[in-house]
Design a protein around this ligand. Structure first.
Ligand code: HEM
Length: 446
């Protein structure tokens, strides 16, 4: 049978001739007549494999950024973005494991071809820089800002730096999160009170513990005071902003509150997805740190304290970057502000009910409301035509039921009206599945 497209061939589809012809060890070429260093092939293939995974991560990141650039972010798209973040997190262990394979090369094997690499370096991996930038690493955080890149690559990087990063988009998304502040409820105030109760309880436990020496009690109380002080900074916007200015925090006050709320009440169905999303961000950040650390150790093992081929101080630079180049560290740092479940302030019903899934068949509900309104109108016309002296004083609508209250000149007129209208209403309620009631109130009782 003829197909509308050309039959596919495995190697063509995957462009294997191009990919498999892209490993060109330089040591043979430059060290002629010596043969190419055996391990240079492993070195090249490992780097190329990394770059392919970097490409996949960037592909996922671009799609995630498109989702979060929307305001509001459509809920079903958050789920898709979350799934893609989990995919990026799942790629992490593959990146670490490749270090094990590369470390089967000994430092002497590496020396066989290291000289031919100058001045090229992983420093120049544009895809690595793009991942960092798109996730949210900013220039101020960088250990080194001037990288030995080509003009074209510098341009790509500066373009990416102009776009909002995942960090800033997630921050805005968190800042927009409802639930935390209602006219009748302030999560932050409630939480502060709960934290104070917890510390007061901790203090009384320490002070009344007869088994501890006076010195231990005093040390523990000092420690408790310090913990409480660090909590306090989190409760005052000014104190928090001072931390931000000093560089100790990056996430805005509002976004931090929202993220903490998600971590504390994640069992509520609506918060579960944001919780998983924050977890994925923390995991991705952690994966980058683990990779950086393992890569630094590998560099130490291969070149000791020598400078890198790209011109950095080598191991020392890599370790500083490991500590400093974190994007979502503020999210993991929130753990310091969690309190045990038993001390958590319960959410008011108004907020709790918003956080549960509620299934409402809108069409069905609209039909029921229309039927109920029509029945109410019918009863009102009947009342008006049979009892023109009655006045409608109240119309109460609750859960689809309608209660109409009329005044009558006296008890007798009220009773008479009810005897007349009741069978008509009962019949209508039964036939149409509605719930309309009439209350007849003598005027002296109003
Ligand atoms: C023998 C193995 C390796 C050694 C000895 C090594 C060494 C180094 C050194 C010393 C640096 C610091 C920059 C410089 O001065 O050159 C560096 C940076 C870097 N290397 Fe490697 N590397 C190795 C393998 C890899 C592999 C397999 C990758 C995978 C892509 C890689 C990616 C990077 C990246 C992305 C940077 C920049 C890191 C940053 O600035 O935070 N390296 N490497």
């Amino acid at each position: 049978m003829e197909t509308p497209y050309k039959p596919l061939y495995y190697g063509d589809y995957l462009q294997l001739p191009t990919i498999l012809d892209a490993q060109k060890p330089r040591s043979g070429e430059l060290n002629a007549p010596t043969a190419a260093a055996h391990d240079e092939m492993l070195f090249i293939i490992t780097h190329q494999t990394y770059e392919l995974w970097f490409k996949q991560i960037l592909h996922e990141l671009d799609a995630i950024l498109t989702v979060f650039a929307q305001n509001p972010v459509p809920e079903h798209e958050v789920a898709r973005a979350q799934h893609r973040l989990e995919r990026i997190a799942a790629i992490g262990p593959i990146l670490f494991q490749q270090i094990d394979v590369l470390e089967t090369m000994t430092p002497m094997d590496f020396l066989d071809f290291r000289d031919v690499l100058y001045p090229a370096s992983g420093f120049q991996s544009v895809q690595f820089r793009l991942m960092e930038i798109k996730l949210g690493l900013n220039r101020q955080q960088r250990v080194l800002t001037h990288l030995p890149l080509s003009e074209v690559d510098k341009e790509r990087i500066s373009e990416a730096e102009k776009q909002p990063s995942l960090f800033s988009l997630v921050e805005l998304w968190l800042e927009r999160m409802p639930f935390i502040q209602k006219p009748s409820y302030s999560f932050w105030k409630e939480y502060q009170a709960a934290v104070e109760r917890m510390f007061a309880h901790d203090r009384s436990m320490i002070e009344t513990n007869a088994a501890m020496s006076a010195q231990v009690v005093s040390d523990m109380l000092t420690q408790t005071d310090m913990n409480e002080k660090s909590f306090r900074a989190f409760f005052s916007e000014d104190a928090y902003n001072a931390l931000r200015e000093s560089g100790a925090r990056r996430l805005s006050f509002k976004a931090s509150q929202a993220a903490l709320f998600v971590l504390l009440y994640r069992e509520y169905p609506i918060l579960h997805l944001p919780f998983r999303l924050l977890q994925a961000l923390i995991e991705i950040d952690e994966n980058f740190s683990v990779w950086r650390y393992r890569h630094a150790q590998m560099a130490m093992r291969m070149i000791g304290s020598k400078v890198g081929t790209g011109g950095s101080s080598g191991f020392d630079y890599l370790m500083r970057a490991t500590a400093q180049h974190r994007v979502f560290a503020d999210f993991s740092a929130l753990s310091a502000f969690l309190i045990p479940r038993g001390s958590l302030p319960p959410l008011p019903q108004e907020v709790a009910s918003m956080l549960n899934f509620v299934y409402i068949d809108r069409q069905e509900q609209d039909k029921r409301t229309a039927k109920s309104n029509a029945a109410g109108d019918y009863v009102k016309t009947q009342m008006q035509s049979h009892f023109p002296h009655a006045f409608l004083i109240r119309e109460k609508v609750e859960n689809g039921a309608i209660e109409l209250s009329y005044t009558f000149p006296d008890d007798e007129a009220a009773a008479h009206a009810l005897t007349f209208i009741a069978p008509l209403i009962d019949g209508m309620n039964a036939e149409y599945g509605v719930d309309v009631r009439v209350k007849a109130v003598p005027v002296h009782a109003v």
